[in-house]
Write a protein of this length. Structure first.
Lengths: 267, 298
């Protein structure tokens, strides 16, 4: 009787765990050890997924160097393989995982830089939305009581990333050529907290725009659908006019949601 | 009266880095109007943004082929219904001329391995693969072209050869074939078999017209534990001379078949891939002339 082929369970366990031998039931035509041939699949899986992460997190890779990144990403891959065939969705969990990754604790900003890069990838593939017509906004601005109660529908690509570290300066330095980057990096104030709006612009670039942390917190509240008055009240340090200007300037207001009547009472 | 479509077609697997080079040419001028483009389905399963907008423009250039890598048709478990829904939306939006997937598995137990893994060729696997292809063709309401794999290992439990397995799938499901000549060569060498025997047997065992598309690509070369050649299908090099000659034999037997140059790694300039596609077009023209005895107009 021919041996039963290995189950997909046994095959896939050995793909991700290099300490396991290849499953039984595999063979090479010339009778040679199938382990070396199985290693081709193992390498394809791990290296292709590490390459996906390297594409998504290029600045993280530059900050730690290719060798460290490769080892770190490989650990992530084998412990958190993708659950979907859509590779642009792989790596969502990497920023949080980096925060707990012991060997990277010397770089406390690394996890937040990864969050920034993940937000850029999401912005790139997010749904399209037309900016709201200017007359609608102009009418709202001329009626302060309406403005206070209105909530905004922001562009689906928009994300707010806030950090206790200078993530925007670090990210921006790595968009430069090597010489310029090396000149810029020593000037980055490492104790500076930074925040950014990340979104896709009309030219399909995923932009990173720095703004004060209080403004970023306000933008995040607006993004969750809070009425503008309530959002401002919750973030008194923020400048609502500056945030609205920024959102309008980049075409990030896609709609208005105004309550149809006076403030709701409990039903 | 509209012009009849060109009977010969060759194309390039389109990468993001080459989109602007292609679009700069103007509609219908790629490979003198005989060019087509193939994209990976999963790269365009996004909510919005440039991947979809660019594909709208690319499909105005000529025929489009959508090549899936995400269905895991050979998987032990059921097909991913969400993924089928996504494919359905993409195919209905872009209405490609061809849709293809692989004889392989890529996921198990909710984990995705991002590689095309090998299957045992036995009756149980045949039943499962045919069930899955029936479901795919029913859900997507169009024929699937199934691609023969590159494999590095055999299963001791296999009871059928690859040509017999593929031919049985075609007979039972009515699907077509995407004949990857590079994969046939790679698998032939990796399993100590004559690569032509797979192609020759397969073509002989399926109805005329089953092969809807041909793939050509480059491989990397390694050695196995016995020191024998082990070829890796890495899509990172020019098409090998041995694969070109296997391709010539294939189209001498089949006649012209739309032929695609695949390149996913170490991307050269678009013009380099276009020149390989032009060679495939020239070889089809020559083969077609020999078959009919008449020169085929350029």
């Amino acid at each position: 009787m021919r041996p039963a082929p290995p189950t997909a369970h046994a095959f896939s366990a050995a793909l991700l765990d290099a300490s396991l031998p290849p499953p039984a039931g595999l063979q090479a035509w010339n009778g040679s050890d199938p382990a070396l041939r199985f290693a081709v699949y193992r390498n394809n899986v791990v290296h292709s997924l590490v390459a996906v992460l390297a594409d998504t997190f290029p600045v993280v890779q530059q900050l730690v160097g290719g060798e460290f990144f490769g080892a770190m990403a490989q650990l992530y891959v084998v412990h958190h393989p993708p659950t979907s065939p859509l590779m642009h969705r792989y790596g969502a969990g990497l920023p949080a995982w980096i925060a707990d990754f012991e060997p990277a604790t010397a770089l406390p900003y690394l996890s937040d830089v990864a969050r920034l890069e993940w937000a850029r990838l999401c912005a790139f593939h997010a749904a399209d939305a037309e900016p709201i017509a200017l007359p609608a906004i102009a009418a709202l601005i001329q009626a302060p009581e309406r403005l206070t109660r209105a909530a905004l529908v922001l562009h689906p690509s928009l994300a707010v990333v806030r950090s206790a570290h200078p993530i925007v300066s670090l990210w921006a330095a790595h968009q430069l050529g090597d010489a310029e980057r090396d000149a810029r990096l020593p000037a980055v104030a490492m104790d500076r907290a930074e925040a950014a709006l990340v979104f896709r612009d009309a030219a399909d670039d995923a932009l990173v725009i720095e703004l004060p942390d209080a403004d970023a917190a306000l933008a995040a509240a607006i993004a969750t659908g809070a009425p503008l008055g309530a959002a401002q009240a919750a973030h008194p340090q923020a400048d609502l006019v500056r945030v609205l200007s920024l959102l309008l300037q980049h075409g990030l207001v896609a709609g208005l949601a105004e309550p149809s009547c006076a403030p709701e009472t409990a039903a | 009266m509209s012009a009849s479509p060109p009977s010969l077609l060759a194309g390039v697997g389109l990468k993001m880095a080459h989109v602007s080079a292609l679009l700069a040419r103007g509609a219908g001028t790629f490979l003198g109007g005989a060019g087509f483009v193939e994209v990976h389905a999963e790269n365009h399963m996004v909510e919005g943004g440039p991947m979809l907008r660019q594909l709208e423009r690319v499909r105005e250039q000529g025929p489009l082929s959508i090549h899936g890598v995400g269905l895991s048709i050979g998987g032990e478990g059921p097909l991913d219904a969400d993924h089928l829904d996504r494919l359905d939306r993409l195919l209905r939006r872009f209405e490609p001329r061809w849709f293809s997937e692989h004889l392989a598995w890529s996921s198990h137990g909710g984990r995705w391995f991002n590689d095309l893994l090998p299957l045992p060729y036995d009756p149980a696997t045949l039943n499962r693969v045919c069930d899955h292809i029936d479901q795919v063709q029913e859900r997507l309401r169009r024929p699937l072209l199934l691609e023969n794999p590159s494999t590095y290992l055999g299963y001791a439990g296999s009871t059928m050869d690859e040509a017999g397995f593929l031919a049985a799938i075609v007979r039972r499901t009515g699907c077509g074939l995407l004949l990857d000549v590079n994969n046939a060569y790679v698998s032939g060498v990796n399993h100590g078999r004559d690569p032509w025997a797979l192609i020759d047997t397969l073509i002989g065992a399926v109805p005329a017209g089953t092969v809807g598309e041909i793939h050509l690509a480059g491989f990397a070369e390694d050695r196995d534990a016995a020191g024998d050649r082990l070829l890796i299908d890495h899509h990172g090099a020019a098409v090998d001379a041995a694969v070109w000659s296997l391709y010539e034999r294939t189209i001498a037997r089949l006649g012209p078949v739309p032929t695609l140059i695949e390149r996913d790694n170490h991307l050269p300039a678009f013009a380099v891939l276009e020149a390989e596609a032009q060679r495939a077009l020239d070889l089809q023209r020559a083969a077609s002339g020999r078959r009919t005895g008449c020169p085929v107009p350029a």
